[in-house]
Each structure stands twice: as C-alpha cells, then as structure tokens.
Design a protein around this ligand. Structure first.
Ligand code: GLU
Length: 307
C-alpha cells in the first residue's frame, strides 16, 4: 500500500507535467457550449479503497461528463432489466467512431455495445420505458449523488438544448433502431433524455467519488452487485474508448470510459477510482492529456490489471 503523501506527490508531478504539455488535442466544437471551454484545464482525482480522495489541478471545476454518463445509465439499466438488456445491445467492441451509422445497418439495428451512441440510446430507451424523461433523469441524478456521496450534481440545460439542435446523427441512429423494432419510445423522447444525461456536470473529484462502486469499494454492493460490477468493468475495458479502446487498454491497462467533454473515469479494481479532465481530444474523441496522465499514474503506481 502506497503512502498517501507519495500518491499526492505523484499526482502533483503529473499535474504539473500536464499543465506544461504543449500538445493538448482539440476541444470538441460540435456545440458552442463545449467549444468555449479552455483547453488549459487539467484535473485528476483518485478515490482510494480506504476512503481517501486525493486531487490535483482544477478538481473542483464542474465539466460536462457527456459519454461518461453511459456507465451510470448502464448500471441502472442492468439493475432494472438484468442480462435481458443484452437481447437489444451487444457486448463487442465496435472498432468504429462513437456515432457511426454503418454497423447498425448491417447488424439489423442491434448496436455492438452499450457505450457507442446507438447502444447508449438503447440503454436510455430501456430505462425510459414506462416513465417520463423527468423521472428517469431524476433517477440518474439520484444514482450519481448517492454514488458520489454528495448532492451538488446537476444537468446543464444550456448544454442539453444545442445537443438536440445538432443531434441529427443521434436522431438518425434512434430512427434507424426504431425501424428495426429496437426502440420502445419515440426517437425524439429517447434522444432528448440522452442529451440531458450527457449534459450532467460534475467536478473531477465528484466523478472519482461516483466511480467507487466500480472498484468494489466497501459497502458499494448496495448500489450494484459485485458480479455486475465485474461485467461493467469488462465492457469499459473493451468498449469504453470507442475505436481507441484497444489503445487505451494497451497504454493504461485499466477499464475506462471517456466523454467528449474531456473527462475519463478509469477503475483500478480493488484499489482506486480515477477521474481525469482535460478538454482537448485526440482523433478518436478521447481526452489526449487525460489518457497520458492516467497512463503515467498507473505506471507509477503499478495499477495495471495486467500486473
Ligand atoms: N453528447 C455526445 C453525443 O452523443 C456524447 C459523445 C461523447 O461523449 O463521446 O454526440
């Protein structure tokens, strides 16, 4: 067990390296609310198995978690439907961009996995069934607040609104799945709920805290069972970074989920829940410095699941 002072020193060293890094990737610009975020931000937070949370950088600044939210909706959907969910969405890496349409056509409207957009839309559609969007969004927020252990987690409506205006691809995916009988709600209702879930804002520290149930933290089985946690981690490892998932597993060696807001949640099972935020993205749409920072942390701590 590494001393907390040593871990804090490692975090601060990596934080300083990331602040100075010249090549920061490109901030998502498909909506103005994300495009306006400075690429200078960097934050990392580590919640450890013994209940500490150490941070470096802008760890108290809220950012748009975007697709990191897909981990939490998957946990809720599996809790509600169990493995039946996997009749509607697969468990294989896609090898394609997050919003790709082509695979869906050849695979009859069944998305490859719950983390590409089509799959996440199916997951949201599943938990929306029989409920109002407001109720489902309330449930997602309650889950996050309980997982993080604090209430100050909200949806930024100013981010959700332009998502709808620019969401042609997501709507196309939803309509396509509806045509194949793989959507239970009207496409605009499912997409609207999905856009709001993506617009949840959290600080890097809150995100690390919210991920504790995935490292098997004591008491976390109350939220999600250990058997399910193992499976969510497996999906994060194989599918959590879109067509950059293999590269993330190779470089970092941990299950992780990225979002276009520049956040990444990575899990060192039994050891730590790690959140990082740096808005500049690499070509696959994953945080460029975020990936590098987690890679350095995991190397320094010996936390790769591969030893
Ligand atoms: N709201 C984004 C979309 O669905 C999320 C994508 C992401 O974070 O990767 O287009």
């Amino acid at each position: 067990m590494v001393a907390l002072t040593e871990l804090q020193a490692i975090l601060d060293r990596i934080g300083a390296e990331m602040v100075a890094a010249p090549d920061r990737g490109l901030v998502a610009d498909y909506i103005p609310e994300l495009a306006h975020v400075s690429d200078r931000h960097f934050a990392m937070a580590v919640a450890t198995a013994d209940g500490q949370c150490l941070t470096t950088g802008d760890a108290e600044t809220a950012f748009s978690i975007q697709s990191v939210s897909k981990v939490f909706t998957l946990a809720i959907a599996l809790g509600r439907l169990g493995d039946q969910l996997f009749t509607r969405v697969g468990r294989e890496p896609s090898g394609l961009a997050f919003n790709s349409v082509v695979q869906l056509e050849s695979e009859n409207g069944i998305p490859r996995n719950p983390f590409i957009n089509a799959g996440a839309l199916v997951v949201t559609d599943a938990i929306l069934h029989g409920h109002k969007p407001r109720e489902v969004l309330g449930e997602i927020l309650r889950f996050l607040r309980e997982a993080a252990g604090e209430d100050d987690i909200h949806i930024n409506k100013a981010v959700a609104a332009p998502e709808a205006a620019h969401g042609h691809r997501n709507l196309a995916l939803a309509h396509f799945m509806a045509a194949h009988g793989n959507l239970r709600n009207p496409p605009d209702l499912t997409c609207g709920t999905y856009f709001h879930q993506c617009a949840i804002e959290m600080t890097t520290r809150q995100l690390a805290m919210a991920g504790r149930f995935l490292m098997g933290a004591p008491g976390a089985a109350r939220l999600v069972s250990p058997a399910r946690v193992r499976r969510i981690n497996a999906l994060m490892m194989t599918c959590g970074h879109y067509d950059g998932s293999g590269e993330f597993a190779y470089r970092v060696g941990l299950p992780g989920k990225s979002g276009v807001g520049g956040g990444i949640l990575a899990i060192a099972p039994g050891r730590a829940s790690i959140a990082v935020w740096s808005p500049g993205l690499n070509v696959q749409g994953n945080s460029q410095l975020g990936t590098l920072a987690i890679e350095r942390l995991v190397r320094a701590m010996g936390w790769s699941v591969f030893g």
